[in-house]
Design a protein around this ligand. Sequence first.
Ligand code: ZN
Ligand code: ZN
Ligand code: ZN
Ligand code: ZN
Length: 729
Amino acid sequence: MNDDMKARMDEVMSKWNSLEGYTDSTSSSNGGSSANTNAVPKYNTRANGKSSRPSGPFNGTEDRNEAMSHAREVLERMLGRKLAPDAEFGHSDNFSDLASDLDNNLRDHNYNFDDDDDDDGGQTGSADHEERDVVRTEAVENSDKPKKDEISHKLYQEELKNVNELEIHNLPGRGRGFIAKKLIKPGSIILKVKPTISTLQNQHLKRICHGCFLTAEERSIYVSQNERERLEKKMRGELKLKLNRCASCKVLHYCSKECQISDWSLHKHECVALQRFRKMYYNTYPNHPSKNDSDDLTWTDPSNETVRALARIIWKRKDERDKNGGKDGLWWKQIASLETHINRSPEKEMIKLAQQAQHLQHYLSASIPLKSKSIEEENRLDPVNLKDFGFANVNEVMRFCSSFHVNSFTLSSPSLSPIGVSNSPLMALSNHSCDPNAVVVFPNGGKFMELIAIKDIQPNEEILTSYIDLSCPYSIRQRDILERYRFSCNCTLCEKGKSDENWVDPRWCVKHIGCKKGEQGKGKMPDKGLIGKISIKCDTCDENFEIDSHRVLSEVQRGVDLLDQDEIGQLKYHEAKKEIKTLIPTLQKHIPNCSYPLLSLLRLSSLVHTPPQTPSDLDISIRSIKAAYEGSLITYPKNHPISTICLAEYSKLSSLTDSEVLPKLHIKSIREKSISSMLEAIELLNKSIKSTNISFGIENKGGIVNKEMKGILFGCQSELDGIRSKFGP
Ligand SMILES: [Zn+2]
Ligand SMILES: [Zn+2]
Ligand SMILES: [Zn+2]
Ligand SMILES: [Zn+2]
């Protein structure tokens, strides 16, 4: 980089730092996270794939096989028979045997969860299971009209006290769901609830407050009355941008005393457990280089956010039972009444659940204070007796884990980056659609989970949210829903492909290059395994065009592989940068920006190039996010927060001005170029401010992202004034 360029980048960086607020890719306090810990923000409202990964019991990965076989043993003992040697996903005889065995088992144990699996918790579509079909047929015959579910209204009376927009209904064949009581306009907050519990993913523990789930920067935006003043304070270094650490465990961080106190009733148990694990880890590795580095949290790896969330719910339950003479509170009944899929889970899943239950027993055990300080006692971790925590047996714990798995939500930052897991039994009653009319977001941090309308919802219409990534084509959506939620989706979008043969899904298509009717011409993606040139019909000009199917499909596969790696957290961002550089232009030759996997890759590309380190990084990240924004408008429903965040990111990057403005130009052209790019940024910022107002709730005034955009707008306007006074009007 030459000196001019370097100076230019320094300027970009200092500008970026003054703007930085909501992206997850930059660090805030305490050194923060590295970008490669984040998968491309997918925004599924239900818990993302990550939290569903099994968390191994205390053994590290090297002991995983042993742990799996132990979990298997537990399960086999429970069932009183051997499991198939290699239990796979699917609907084998083994699976139905297992389901009926478990059913009997549960009946024998006088289970205190709701026994009727099929009737509870919300989802649309039908599970791939005979029982459910029977339930559905009967339900349809018995009732023409959906009915208000009085029992649920009693169960949630506290939460629904001031809610006039919706009612909980028992919907034929779909369990419980939300029905609109009046016309709801886009941008309305339909429901706002305090999550029962939320926990952060380990990699965010140091940079996000465990009380409000905001970074120090986001918090400062949230509390500021005047964004311009805040930015000025920040430039002068007068803003407190550090979180405080819990002095006992040195793991959780808080932005304020208030947040620490609000979290203490549950953290007090967790705090003891965490201290114990740190000790156990360093007893095992006494010469570990990070032994005296309290900032190092690698030892927290074995217990992910899901285990910590489950433990928090169990402690909450126990505290309440201890207070009320062994009686459960109403909120526990809410949790216990949610749907589980344990009867429909394949053996592989059952083993994972058994494993998780074991892990929990150890985790809870670590929260019991030690009697002595001997190393032997420190290192001995006997599993707790779950009866002491209100569970009758292991089945019950497994069922609880399974229910959490199906009903929990991804905790996301105000700008939709996944940061943890969150739980609200009431919110979990919303059913799924791949073309939703509402979204679940956290516009002002994790203290409140909000259901916001993105379309007009008519009286008596069902309020639907999406559980999965909407940019995926039909087959991937169906696979994801079946694997995790065990039903097949028959929403309007999923049915569209079946009912209209000529419909080309923008999520899974190829471009008609040279289409007479313009840029939009597209045709269906060819089937897997096709080789050679094939002819495809364009949906815009109706003519046939040829593509090299093998070539297109193999490029698409490269993209899918990259996203899969990102999903499981195995993508190294510097490698991804190289790969993406060649892959995106190649894919753009064949498929439009709205199609899978290009849309997700474009967002990933912008993420890995942000904050920009070189002028070319800045160019790539702006071009990627612009293309992603345009694609998102086609793929996502109108007003969807993903499009809004793409636009916010695009306008924020544009405000860093055009990197092509290098000193070689005439003063006159610098002026013109700078002014025009500033004006463009201002236009984008205004558009993005408007759009946050709807996607994150009108009453929220668009939440933290909106406030941040307004701050950047101030900055751009004063920069524009500066350019004009420097170079003349
Ligand atoms: Zn806080
Ligand atoms: Zn602590
Ligand atoms: Zn669907
Ligand atoms: Zn065409």
